[in-house]
Design a protein around this ligand. Structure first.
Ligand code: NAD
Ligand code: APR
Length: 232
């Protein structure tokens, strides 16, 4: 029976595509107060400022492209004979643009809007603002970015834990291990006797919990990992 692989990615996998990470030197949280733009309280205090923050991040994604790490994971999904689950904390669409078909965005997606009135999600075709109305229920000023903020529950957690517990190998790529519940996946894997591998530029907060840790750029480590996983 071919081993099933559960992959978690974080901002680090998109770093070489030119997308800012959060906690690296010069990262996003050193420039913007996350309490202002990544919490429900911040949004209720100043929704237009939060819209402007995510509108700018959405616009900047138009100028970046997937890197070899994203393409390698798409190849793994296509060619690996066993199950592959890809869960990302990232809200960018670089996995999809590299060809990954089944991506679980546990922190939501920058490309989507969410209506706080009826819960409808829609493609954010243009900048979001309070001036827009929900196309499903017609409520004006009811749209927010479909991004899970601090203190909110991530998406599809039951499915994520089921897949994690069914895996034979847990691979964590490009995440600092600073935020739960994603940061707790390696401990869950360990308790369940699931092998774990960290592929990260530098040791993460939870690096000591992994069976193996390889440190370096994702654009090098991930294609090498996939090549080995696909070797006959
Ligand atoms: P946490 O307790 O894991 O906090 C991690 C770090 O985030 C903290 O060390 C702090 O630096 C910062 N932080 C978190 N909330 C903050 C706040 N209100 N003000 C200032 N700094 C804050 O994070 P959490 O608050 O328990 O959030 C975890 C929940 O939020 C989880 O459900 C997680 O999926 C969800 N969430 C977190 C993030 C995130 O960016 N990390 C994004 C989306 C969703
Ligand atoms: N290759 C591999 N890893 C990299 C690279 C790279 N080229 N560049 C940076 N990294 C690593 C860093 O060493 C760091 O451990 O990626 C990690 C990025 O960590 P964070 O900036 O904390 O990003 P992430 O772990 O995804 O943050 C988790 O916090 O604020 C929230 O919603 C946000 O989903 C995010 C969550």
């Amino acid at each position: 029976m071919t081993a099933s692989i559960f992959i978690l990615t974080g901002a680090g996998i998109s770093a070489e595509s030119g997308v800012e990470t959060f906690r690296d030197k010069g990262g996003l949280w050193s420039k913007v107060k996350l309490e202002d733009v990544a919490t429900p309280e911040g949004f209720s205090r100043d929704p237009e400022a939060v819209h402007a923050f995510y509108n700018a991040r959405r616009a900047s994604l138009l100028g970046v492209a997937p890197n070899p790490a994203h393409y390698a994971l798409a190849r793994l999904e296509r060619e690996y004979p066993g199950d592959v689950t890809l869960v990302t904390q990232n809200i960018d669409d670089l996995h999809e643009r590299a060809g990954s078909q089944a991506v679980i965005h546990m922190h939501g997606e920058l490309s989507l809007s969410l209506c706080v009135h009826c819960g409808a999600k829609a493609k954010a075709e243009s900048d979001l603002s309070l001036a827009l109305a929900c196309t499903a229920c017609g409520t004006a000023g009811s749209l927010r970015p479909d991004v899970v903020w601090f203190g909110e529950m991530p998406y599809r957690m039951n499915e994520i834990y089921e897949k994690l517990m069914d895996a034979d190998l847990f691979v964590s790529i490009g995440t600092s291990g600073a935020v739960y519940p994603a940061a707790g996946f390696v401990a869950e894997a360990r308790t369940a006797g699931i092998r774990s591998l960290e592929l990260n530029l530098e040791p993460s907060d939870g690096t000591f919990l992994f069976d193996e840790a390889r440190h370096g750029p994702a654009s090098k480590l991930v294609p090498a990992f996939v090549e080995a996983a696909l070797a006959p």
